[in-house]
Ligand binder design. Structure first.
Ligand SMILES: Cc1cc2nc3c(=O)[nH]c(=O)nc-3n(C[C@H](O)[C@H](O)[C@H](O)COP(=O)(O)OP(=O)(O)OC[C@H]3O[C@@H](n4cnc5c(N)ncnc54)[C@H](O)[C@@H]3O)c2cc1C
Length: 390
C-alpha cells in the first residue's frame, strides 16, 4: 500500500527538514525520506556560516534555540591582500551580521524538532524515481535499507536531494540548466586547535587564496586554493601548514592535528526550471554555488521560505498563483547569490595562467572595495544576505 501524505520530501538536508518543519507549523503534513542514516547526517561537517535571515527563520520558527546560544555572531570578516588585513564591518555598514553555527548542528536541531512533533521522517530510504509530475497525485518510488519498495503518494513532491538529485531530471528534462566549472578547487582541512582569529580571514596571496575559519571552540576549518586534480592524501601535515602559512602572511596560525582533509571542486549550476507540474526542486538539487560566498545552505533556506508560502496557499486555500510562480521567484535570488559567489571567487583567487596585469587589476578591485564605504556595504549586504521573501 502506498504511503499517502500531502507533501513528500526527498532528502533530510537543511532544505528538506526545514521545509517539513515550516509546513508542520501550518498544519500541513509531510513525509521526509533520506538515504543516509541519522548518525551520518548528524556528523557530516559541511557549511558553517548562516545569514541573519537564516538565523531568524531557525530561531523564530522554533526549529533551533541553540543557534543563538551555541552559535557565534560575527559582525565582520577580514579581507587580506598585499600583506595587510582590512576589516569589513557588517553591522557598521548594513546593520546585519552572520552566525557561525555548523550545518550538522542545524540538522540535529531540525531532526529533533521533527521527531518531537511526531512527524514521519525515514532514514535509510532511497528514492529511485518520481512519477506523475503532471498529475494531482505525483508518486515517489523508493527502496528501504532492507531492499523493500516504498511508494509515497502526495499532493506535491519536493526534491531536496542535493547536488546529485534523482528528482532533477523529472523537473528539468534533458534541458538541464546553466553550468560553469572553475579551474581551481579548495583543499579543506579540519584540525584540533583553538581559533587563529576571532573573525574569518579571506586572503588573496601571490600563491593563491586561503580561508581561515572554525567549526567550534577547539576545531578550525581552513581552506587553500589548489588544482582540481589534487590528491587530498598527497601532502604531509607539515606541508599543509607550510602552504597555509604562506597564504596568510602576517597571521600566526594555531596549528594542531589535522583530522579531516578534502578537495572541494568549484562549480556553478542553476536549473532552468525549479518546478514541473506538482514536482519541485529546492536547495542544491536546483543550484550549486562555489563556496566562497558561503551561500549554499542559505540559498536552500531561502528557497524553502518561498516554497512554504506557495504550498500554504495551494494546499490550504486552493490558490495556485504563488506555486505557479515559484521557479521564477526563487531563481531571482539564486542568480543574485550566484553572482555574489562568482564575484567573491574571481576577486580572491589566482586564475591559472594569470598575467601581471590580472594580478594588479585584482588588487585594484580589492582596494576599491575596502577603501570605499559603498564597496564595503555592497560586500556586507551580499554576505549577510538580502532580506528573505515572506
Ligand atoms: C565542505 C563544504 C562546505 C560548505 N560551506 C558552506 C558555507 O559555509 N555556507 C553555506 O551556506 N553553504 C556551504 N556549503 C554548501 C551547503 O553544505 C549545501 O549548499 C547544503 O547542504 C544544501 O542543502 P540541501 O538540503 O539542498 O542538500 P544536502 O545538504 O546535500 O541534503 C540532501 C540530502 O538528500 C539525501 N539524498 C540524496 N539523494 C537521495 C535519494 N535518492 N533518496 C533519498 N535521499 C537522498 C542526502 O543523503 C542528503 O542528506 C558547503 C558545502 C560543502 C561540501
Amino acid at each position: 500500500m502506498p504511503v499517502r501524505t500531502r507533501v513528500a520530501v526527498i532528502g533530510a538536508g537543511p532544505a528538506g527538514l526545514l521545509l517539513s518543519h515550516l509546513l508542520g507549523r501550518h498544519g500541513i503534513e509531510s513525509v521526509v525520506v533520506d538515504s543516509r542514516s541519522r548518525v551520518e547526517i548528524e556528523t557530516t561537517i559541511r557549511a558553517g556560516i548562516l545569514e541573519q535571515g537564516t538565523v531568524e527563520i531557525l530561531s523564530g520558527s522554533g526549529a533551533s534555540d541553540r543557534v543563538l546560544t551555541a552559535g557565534h555572531r560575527h559582525e565582520g570578516i577580514e579581507l587580506r591582500f598585499d600583506g595587510e588585513g582590512h576589516r569589513i564591518d557588517f553591522t557598521g555598514s548594513v546593520g546585519r551580521a552572520v552566525w557561525l553555527y555548523p550545518q550538522h548542528e542545524v540538522l540535529k536541531d531540525l531532526i529533533a524538532a521533527r521527531l518531537t512533533a511526531g512527524q514521519d521522517l525515514r532514514f535509510g530510504v532511497t528514492a529511485e524515481r518520481v512519477e506523475g509530475a503532471e498529475t494531482d497525485r505525483p508518486r515517489v518510488l523508493a527502496r528501504d535499507a532492507g531492499g523493500h519498495t516504498v511508494e509515497i503518494e502526495a499532493d506535491v513532491v519536493v526534491g531536496a536531494d542535493g547536488s546529485r538529485s534523482v528528482v532533477r531530471e523529472t523537473v528539468t528534462g534533458a534541458y538541464g540548466g546553466s553550468f560553469r566549472e572553475y579551474p581551481f578547487a579548495w583543499f579543506g582541512i579540519l584540525c584540533e586547535a583553538p581559533p587563529s582569529s576571532e573573525e574569518l580571514i579571506y586572503s588573496n596571496s601571490p600563491d593563491g587564496f586561503a580561508l581561515i575559519s572554525r567549526r567550534g571552540p577547539g576545531v578550525q576549518r581552513m581552506y587553500f586554493q589548489c588544482d582540481p586534480g589534487t590528491d587530498a592524501e598527497a601532502y604531509t601535515e607539515e606541508r599543509l601548514w607550510e602552504i597555509l602559512r604562506s597564504r596568510v602572511p602576517g597571521v600566526t596560525l594555531n596549528e594542531g592535528p589535522v583530522f579531516q582533509r578534502d578537495v572541494l571542486r568549484f562549480r556553478s549550476f542553476v536549473a532552468h526550471e525549479m518546478r514541473r507540474g506538482r514536482v519541485v526542486l529546492v536547495g542544491d538539487a536546483a543550484h550549486t554555488v562555489p563556496p566562497t560566498g558561503a551561500k549554499g545552505m542559505n540559498l536552500a533556506v531561502a528557497d524553502v521560505v518561498v516554497l512554504t508560502e506557495a504550498l500554504r496557499a495551494l494546499l490550504l486555500d486552493g490558490d495556485e498563483s504563488l506555486f505557479g510562480a515559484f521557479s521564477d521567484t526563487a531563481r531571482q535570488r539564486v542568480w543574485k547569490a550566484q553572482h555574489f559567489s562568482w564575484w567573491m571567487t574571481s576577486m580572491l583567487h589566482r586564475q591559472p595562467g594569470a598575467s601581471d596585469f590580472d594580478h594588479w587589476r585584482q588588487l585594484g578591485e580589492l582596494r576599491s572595495v575596502v577603501e570605499s564605504a559603498a564597496g564595503r556595504a555592497y560586500l556586507a549586504e551580499g554576505y549577510t544576505g538580502w532580506p528573505l521573501a515572506r
